[in-house]
Design a protein around this ligand. Structure first.
Ligand code: DMJ
Length: 812
């Protein structure tokens, strides 16, 4: 690139850096700059890389598979020698409105239609599915199933007019080359396939392990391929695999990450949300949307419940962040000290699943990591107690899209300008630190800044696409402007817009397909797997139990168990399954008030900076990066943005961080937790009798078996999660030591406790401040659980502030 152009980019950059106004004009400038980056990357590929799979951004050479070393899977898995950058970016060209380039790409593909996939290469099934098959399907849908083109899209309408469906033929060809991977005894696919020879010529050691996302995720593209072509085999095999994996989840409802595809036996016992498992959940949600599949939605809901119970740290109403950790799939115990870069996609999925408040909290941690590293390390250790060891457990950052993907979803749901600010910072880094002569380069070692001579296809197809779409605040682009309004569409895991509807009148529907290539017994197999799965779920029995009238008559809590109890009938009480309630509404504004532009509600979060303290051992800027947080690198402290968007919060202060200890207590059988009945009380206070002790949003757990209870230890002198300093008087008061107790009476065995407990979460349900967890009287002879005279629950001898018993007529 000439000096002149470099200077121009620099000047644009400097002017953008000084402008954090986010006026429509400013946002458009950011969008244009993103598009310039895309054009730079695309043109570099076309000039120096095409028709290879990729271009090397630093050395300006074509890059494809390593033909000398089939074991070089890091390089080879996404390289089929099939011009992957083109296939992965057809819809990116549409979104960027690069019509000439789009037409050129289509011409190239049409000309090579019969030869492109006839290659002597081994590819990874998952990568080829999401990048290449997904790219073809998306472009096919765009060209064949949009009827109303706005004026801005007349060029696209013209291109579509000429389209004869050849992309679907290519998708079908590719699908048939990938499908042999599914022909295992178990129907769990082998991870790799030879494009020309199916399962032949592949070193056996490359076929041993399949990961959960790799084996389960083809379900979306493959089902769509079947629906569009009329050939059922793709849907059948991918669905069998998906449901088999799901059916073999642990009794905690968690799936491990590695499976032997031949025996369908798990090879590890670790679960989480990041690498190796991420898109399994993602495609449960996205399949439920595009195929209107309620079973898929149940998979996500059930998984989310298990993750909330066992994997999540933080996440409560008073917590700054929510971390989904890796835990043992059979015991729910913390398994690793790190989270990975891939897991940064999760807040985007939370938004899509209607869990916006959770999404904001989850995203905050990735934002903070970005603040310190200008990237997200492939693995980041969150439990270091001092900075003497690097928190960077795996050191590369190949310009992955996940953080900006989630930022895009959060902006669409909240319109909070903080997300634009994040985008503008990411854009700035792409324009400077990650800019290469022939594209954009990743980082090989974020501790030293060593560059990586690679630009994976997802840099354009996801990272730049989501960034560009983030800056489409005025909804001008086709995915936002109504052209897709009538479709239930999603971005695939590789950011390809995909949709399906029964009336889809697509070109290329196969007439030559003979459904007999799927044997009748295969149909039975699918049915059998599926029914087994439903039976495992208890036939969805909880669905009908969403709201039920309580048939419990409550006795009023009395000051002494020997006194008469007064019965209180609460006829208007309903109990609701809190998980169903959580998913019953789709949250669209995460903050309590509507956003009044131009304010960022981030500055209202009392614990915005708590993470810096909490993860102080794990957060430090590598020495080669600027150490000045006010130079814009610390996104929330960018002076321009802060002065414009913080409203009157000029004295931004973090709340005191809690110094209390938090831990989980497992009571009874951990395997019973998933099916344990927990209800939340719902009634208007006015409908209850005056002295009712049960209040709206209190929780009801009939018995305390099979529980994972998160407790906060209340000890005098500590600051609790409510920001109160705990006193001994308060702790004493919890122990039912009432005025009528005669302390001098030696027969009265009162030992003043040093500590008490507060329950903050039960089986994944957070207990609101001021709410009580109610249960039946405790009859436990193990000593783990007991109760005080006044009916407060005690765990291992410690009285619990907010867990109490209710005597019902069953107990009288
Ligand atoms: C992409 O290929 C997809 O997003 C995939 O689901 C996971 N990771 C890469 C990018 O990081």
């Amino acid at each position: 690139m000439s000096l002149l152009i470099w200077c121009h980019i620099y000047l644009v950059l400097v002017s953008a850096a000084q402008n954090a106004s986010f006026t429509p004009q400013h946002i458009r400038t950011l969008q244009n700059e993103t598009k310039s980056l895309f054009n730079h990357a695309w043109q570099s590929y076309m000039k120096f890389g095409f028709p290879a799979d990729e271009v090397l951004p630093l050395s300006c050479e074509p890059y494809g598979r390593d033909f000398n070393d089939p074991f070089n899977i890091v390089r080879n898995d996404a390289m089929g020698n099939i011009s992957s950058t083109v296939l992965d970016n057809l819809d990116t060209l549409v979104i960027m409105e690069e019509w000439d380039e789009f037409e050129n790409a289509l011409d190239y593909l049409k000309a090579s239609k019969n030869t492109l996939f006839a290659k002597d290469t081994i590819v990874q099934v998952f990568e080829t599915t999401i990048r290449s098959l997904g790219g073809l399907l998306s472009a096919h849908l765009i060209l064949s199933d949009i009827s109303q083109f706005s004026q801005r899209y007349t060029r696209l309408a013209e291109i579509a007019e000429k389209y004869d469906g050849f992309l679907l033929d290519m998708a079908y060809d590719l699908g048939k080359r990938l499908i042999p991977a599914f022909r295992t005894k178990s129907s769990i696919p082998l991870p790799r396939v030879h494009l020309n020879h199916g399962l032949k010529l592949i070193p056996p050691s490359l076929q041993i392990d399949a990961c959960t996302s790799g084996a389960g995720s083809p379900v979306l593209e493959f089902t769509l391929l079947s629906r569009l072509t009329g050939d059922p085999q793709f849907e059948y095999f991918s669905q069998v695999s998906f449901w088999k994996i799901w059916a073999s989840r642990s009794s905690l409802g968690l799936m491990p990450m590695t499976i032997d595809p031949q025996s369908a036996r798990w090879k590890d016992a670790v679960s989480g949300i990041g690498a190796s498992i991420d898109s399994f959940y993602e495609y449960a949600v996205k399949s439920s949307i595009i195929f209107n599949d309620s079973h898929m939605w149940e998979v996500f809901k059930s998984s989310y419940k298990s993750l909330l119970t066992h994997s999540v740290q933080g996440g409560g109403p008073l917590d700054a962040t929510m971390i989904f950790t890796n835990v043992g799939s059979n015991d729910g115990q913390l398994f690793t000290d790190w989270i990975d870069s891939l897991s940064a996609f999760w807040p985007g999925l939370q938004v899509l699943a209607g869990q916006l408040k959770d999404a904001v909290k989850t995203h905050l941690l990735y934002l903070r990591i970005w603040d310190y590293f200008d990237s997200i390390p492939e693995r980041w250790n969150f439990r270091l107690s001092d900075k003497s060891t690097s928190a960077v457990a795996l050191e590369w950052y190949p310009l992955r899209p996940e953080f900006i993907e989630s930022t895009y979803y959060l902006y669409r749901a909240t319109k909070d300008p903080m997300y634009l600010q994040i985008g503008s910072r990411v854009l700035k880094l792409l324009q400077t630190r990650y800019m290469a002569k022939c594209g954009l380069h990743g980082v090989q070692d974020i501790r030293t800044g060593q560059m990586q001579n690679r630009m994976e296809t997802f840099v354009m197809s996801e990272t730049l696409k989501y960034l560009y779409l983030l800056f489409d605040a005025a909804n001008e682009l086709f995915v936002h402007n109504g052209m897709l309004a009538s479709k239930s569409w999603v971005f695939s895991t590789e950011a390809h817009p995909l949709w399906f509807h029964e009336q889809l009148d697509v070109l290329g529907k196969r007439t030559d397909i003979n459904a007999t290539n799927l044997h009748a017994q295969d149909h039975f197999k699918l049915k059998e797997v599926f029914e087994k799965e439903l039976a495992l779920k208890g036939g969805q029995k909880r669905l009908g139990a969403f709201v039920k009238k309580s048939n419990i008559d409550f006795y009023r809590k009395t000051p002494n168990k020997n006194q008469n109890r007064t019965i209180i009938h609460l006829p208007a009480v309903s109990t609701v399954d809190p998980y169903e309630l959580k998913f019953a509404t789709c949250e669209v504004i995460a903050f309590d008030k509507m956003i009044e532009f131009p304010a960022s509600h981030y500055y209202e979060l009392e614990n915005l900076f708590e993470l810096d303290w909490k993860f102080q051992g794990s957060l430090s800027r590598p020495p080669y990066l600027s150490q000045n947080p006010l130079d814009g690198s610390y996104i929330e402290l960018d002076p321009d943005f802060f002065s414009l968007f913080s409203m009157s919060r000029t004295n931004l202060q973090s709340r005191r961080a809690a110094s209390t200890q938090i831990y989980d207590v497992i009571v009874g059988d951990v395997a019973g937790i998933q099916e344990k009945e927990i209800s939340i009380f719902k009634f208007k206070p006015s409908t209850a009798v005056d002295e009712a002790v049960v209040l709206e949003n209190d929780l009801w757990i009939p018995d305390l078996t099979a529980m994972r209870i998160r407790v906060e230890v209340l000890e005098a002198g500590n600051v609790d999660i409510h920001n109160n300093v705990l006193t001994q008087e308060y702790i004493d008061s919890l122990a039912d030591i009432t005025a009528d107790v005669d302390y001098q009476d030696p027969s009265y065995d009162v030992t003043k406790p040093k500590t008490a407990l507060r329950v903050t979460k039960v089986n994944g349900i957070y207990v609101n401040s001021g709410s009580i967890v109610w249960t039946h009287p405790i009859h436990d002879n193990t000593g783990a659980l007991s109760m005080t005279d006044l009916g407060r629950v005690m765990i291992e001898g410690k009285v619990v502030e907010n867990m109490m018993v209710l005597w019902t007529d069953q107990d009288s």
